[in-house]
Design a protein around this ligand. Structure first.
Ligand code: 13P
Ligand code: SF4
Length: 306
C-alpha cells in the first residue's frame, strides 16, 4: 500500500503520466493512467502534456513515445525490457536488404527499433496493419518487417504479395495447436481468439484475430461466455475487470511453462516504476538523426489509420 501511495504522490509531484501495455503485471496496470494496445499508446504518448512519460512496456514502445513527443522526458522502469521480435531485425542487415532492393516500399511493424523505423516508409501495428497495407502504393513491391506471422496473415487478408522479414515473437510462437484443439473439444462453445503474431496454423483455427485492444473488445461485446485466449496472459487482467463472469482460458504453451508471459514485459515492477518516476531515469533517448526519419514513418501511420 505504501508503494502505491508513493507512486500516486510522485506522479503529482513530477507531473508524470504512466502509460501501460496490457502485458504488464496487473498491479502495474492498476496504477496506470492509460492502458492500451501499441497504436493507442502511441497516440496517448503523442498527445501527452506531462513533464515525464513513464512507459510501462518495452523499449520500442518507449522509444516510440520519445519519437512522437521529443520535448517530454520518457523513462522505462527497466532498460533491459526489449522484444525478441524487434531484436530479430538488426539495422545493419535491414539496411543491406534495402540497398539490394531499392524499389521496395517498406512497411515495418511497430515492434522494431527506432533505426528500423527511420528506414521504413510507414509503420503499422496489429490493429491497423490491414488498412496500412491496403494504402501502400500499388505499383511497388512491399517489404513487410519484422513479423512474418502478422505479415503472412495480412497478405492473405489483403491479397497483396509482400516479401516477409523472417522475424517472430517468442511468446506468440509458444502456443500448442494440439492442446488448443483438445481444449476446444472439451469446451465446444469456447471461442478461440488470437493475436496475429501467432503462427499460421493457430490463426487458421481461430474464431477472431486482433490486437490486444481488439481482443479485449471482442470478449466484452461477444454474446459468447467462454474464450480461449492466444496472446500474452497479461491481457486477462483487463478482461476479468471489463467482462466479469465470462470464462477466460489462457491458450496453453507447448511446454508446461510460463512461456505465455513475455519475459521482457515482466522485467518492470512496481518498485522500478516508483524509482524511475522519482529519479527521472533510466531515460530513453533517440538521436535526432534517427528520430527525424522514424517520426516521418510513425506520423504517416497515424494519418493513414485515422
Ligand atoms: P498490440 O499492439 O496488439 O498491443 O501488440 C503489442 C505486442 O507486443 C504484441 O506482442
Ligand atoms: Fe515482443 Fe513478443 Fe514480448 Fe510483444 S510479447 S513485447 S512481440 S517479445
Amino acid at each position: 500500500m505504501d508503494l502505491l501511495e508513493k507512486i500516486e504522490r510522485l506522479k503529482r509531484e513530477k507531473n508524470a503520466v504512466i502509460l501501460a501495455h496490457y502485458y504488464q503485471d496487473s498491479e502495474i496496470q492498476d496504477v496506470a493512467d492509460f492502458i492500451g494496445d501499441s497504436l493507442e499508446l502511441a497516440r496517448a504518448a503523442q498527445r501527452s502534456t506531462a513533464d515525464l512519460i513513464c512507459f510501462a512496456g518495452v523499449h520500442f514502445m518507449a522509444e516510440g513515445a520519445k519519437i512522437l513527443n521529443p520535448t517530454r522526458r520518457v523513462v522505462l522502469p527497466d532498460l533491459r525490457a526489449g522484444c525478441s521480435l524487434s531484436d530479430s531485425c538488426p539495422p545493419a542487415r535491414f539496411r543491406a536488404f534495402k540497398e539490394a532492393n531499392p524499389d521496395h516500399f517498406v512497411i515495418s511493424y511497430i515492434n522494431c527499433s527506432a533505426e528500423i523505423k527511420a528506414m521504413s516508409d510507414v509503420i503499422c501495428t496489429s490493429s491497423n496493419a490491414l488498412k496500412i497495407v491496403e494504402k501502400a502504393p500499388k505499383d511497388r513491391p512491399i517489404l513487410f518487417a519484422p513479423d512474418r506471422n502478422l505479415g503472412r496473415w495480412v497478405m492473405e487478408k489483403t491479397g497483396r504479395e509482400m516479401s516477409l522479414w523472417p522475424g517472430s515473437c517468442i511468446v506468440h510462437e509458444t502456443f500448442s495447436d494440439r492442446k488448443i484443439v483438445e481444449l476446444k473439444t472439451t469446451n465446444p462453445d469456447a471461442k478461440l481468439i488470437a493475436h496475429p503474431e501467432c503462427e499460421e496454423s493457430l490463426l487458421k483455427l481461430s474464431d477472431f484475430i486482433g490486437s490486444t485492444s481488439q481482443l479485449l473488445k471482442f470478449v466484452i461485446e461477444s454474446p459468447e461466455q467462454t474464450f480461449i485466449i492466444a496472446t500474452e496472459a497479461g491481457i486477462l487482467h483487463q478482461m476479468r475487470i471489463k467482462a466479469p463472469g465470462k470464462t477466460l482460458i489462457p491458450a496453453p504453451p507447448t511446454q508446461n511453462c510460463a512461456c505465455n508471459e513475455c519475459p521482457f514485459m515482466k522485467l518492470n515492477t512496481l518498485e522500478k516504476l516508483a524509482d524511475c518516476i522519482e529519479t527521472g531515469g533510466p531515460e530513453v533517448v533517440v538521436p535526432e538523426s534517427v528520430r527525424a526519419g522514424a517520426h516521418l514513418a510513425l506520423t504517416r501511420m497515424l494519418e493513414w489509420s485515422n
